[in-house]
Design a protein around this ligand. Structure first.
Ligand code: TXA
Ligand code: MG
Length: 420
């Protein structure tokens, strides 16, 4: 299939809308990331979206509307809370999960009784929706597993030949996907299913109700971090080799702990070996792929079987492997100055060993980090980098937490912490 690359002018928007109306696929710009559009009410078209992306079919799509009034076409009751959220945040990077009307096809909602809805802050895309005359599904317009596209060129790189057209708009302002908020439960607490640039604090201020993160989001982190610091203590006790407490493949440790009941101490021992080798040399590509695979499968084990029910995320998409660059990736956490120093040291070591190293460091600038993360990951793959060293952001800040949610997945939960 030849993919039309369309400047988002009036005439081309008509052309794109015509493609949508006859069941085709058109990628569109938004303020967060590019989306892959199809008529949300056309089950065949929506199935083609999953196929083009290579996306698992139990992962529901966000439905994009051009005007708040269209919520009523998708959900039985537009509550007061929904109205207040729409007034305050739409158009903008907030997605509301609401009860669905039966006319929304199963394939759009992944069979759930809820539907995710958002009103994007992009004029051309709202015009596309309006002219098409139907709401559009819009998963991020990347191949499943790749970083989300924040530039039109990213969409072309991933989906050229697989979709009918791309509206070639500007680079995305925000750069990470929308905050997904569950307002479907009828309780007084709202739950963030996917963190984004709109924070729980902002939502609380707008609606006057408490907002929490889906426990699955924070629990995975808690496990990774607890094990990470435990491993560091082990290393400190057992070894003078590593100058800095390091940690690789924490989820691997989790899997061992879960599967064999060996306990964390023993698993930590395994990690020492990795860490020492990692500090002297990068684990070879194949080994690292295994570690990443083990990390991914351990997280999946946690999510699917669960240590407790809280581990199961309510947004099905949060459980899949995401944003993975081709290169190995390591996150360095700590105070910015320590992180900068540690990254410089590791970079020099690896370059001396003949490796091509890319660095991602945002100096705790959260907006910049959100804006650039996915683009940097793609750039580094294009440049054929062997190892990406990335500075972590403090997760005490809700925007830092949102960026780290993506960064940690990109790195397969591969973290080291600088030590005072
Ligand atoms: O910023 C964004 O939201 C972008 C742009 C294009 O709008 N779209 C996007 O879509 O990120 P996607 O499909 O890549 O991510 C949708 C997320 C997934 O994690 C999915 O599981 C979750 O939203 N989701 C969708 N419908 C849901 C529902 N009914 N209940 C819970 N989670 C849902
Ligand atoms: Mg996505």
């Amino acid at each position: 299939m030849e993919t039309k690359l369309l400047e988002p002018n009036r005439e081309n928007i008509e052309t794109a809308a015509e493609i949508i109306r006859r069941g085709g696929l058109v990628a569109f710009p938004t303020e967060t990331v590019y989306g892959l559009g199809a008529d949300a009410f056309n089950a065949t078209a929506v199935s083609a979206v999953y196929a083009a992306k290579g996306r698992p079919s139990d992962n529901p799509l966000i439905v994009h509307i051009a005007d708040s009034a269209e919520l009523a076409r998708l959900t039985p009751v537009v509550t007061d809370v929904m109205k207040r959220l729409a007034d305050r945040f739409w158009p903008g990077p907030l997605t509301m999960v609401v009860k669905r009307l039966p006319n929304v096809p199963d394939v759009t909602t992944g069979g759930l009784e809820t539907v995710a809805v958002r009103l994007p802050d992009n004029e051309a895309t709202r015009a596309l929706i309006a002219v098409s005359g139907c709401p559009l599904v819009g998963p991020s317009a990347n191949l499943s597993g790749k970083p989300s596209p924040t530039k039109a060129q990213h969409v072309v790189d991933d989906l050229y030949g697989k979709i009918d057209a791309v509206l070639m708009g500007d680079d995305c302002r925000v750069g990470i996907e929308s905050t997904v908020l569950d307002v479907s439960t009828g309780t007084d607490t709202l739950t963030i299913l996917r963190p984004g640039i709109i924070t729980p604090e902002q939502i609380e201020a707008a609606v006057g109700l408490p907002v929490r993160f889906d426990p699955a989001l924070t629990k995975i982190k808690a496990v990774v971090h607890t094990e990470s610091s435990h491993t560091q203590q082990q290393i400190k006790k057992n070894s003078d080799v590593t100058e800095m407490a390091g940690h690789t493949g924490s989820a691997h440790t989790q899997e061992r702990a879960i599967k064999s009941d060996e306990g964390i101490g023993l698993a930590g021992h395994t990690e020492d070996v990795h860490t020492q080798r990692a500090s002297a040399d990068i684990l070879r590509k194949k080994e690292r792929a295994n570690v990443a695979e083990a990390a991914g499968s351990a997280v999946r084990t946690l999510l699917e079987d669960g240590w407790d029910a809280d581990f199961k995320p309510k947004a099905p998409g949060m459980k899949y492997k995401h944003y993975a660059p081709d290169a190995d990736m390591l996150i360095v956490e700590g105070e910015p100055d320590d992180v900068r120093r540690e990254i410089a040291k590791r970079k020099a070591e690896q370059e001396a060993a003949g490796k091509k190293v890319g660095v991602i460091f945002f100096d705790n600038n959260f907006e910049l980090a959100a804006h650039e993360l996915f683009d940097k990951l793609r750039e580094m793959d294009k440049a054929g980098v062997d190892l990406i060293l990335a500075g972590g952001l403090p997760e005490s800040d809700s925007r830092g937490f949102a960026v780290m949610n993506r960064m940690l997945k990109s790195a397969g939960y591969n973290i080291v912490k600088t030590r005072k």
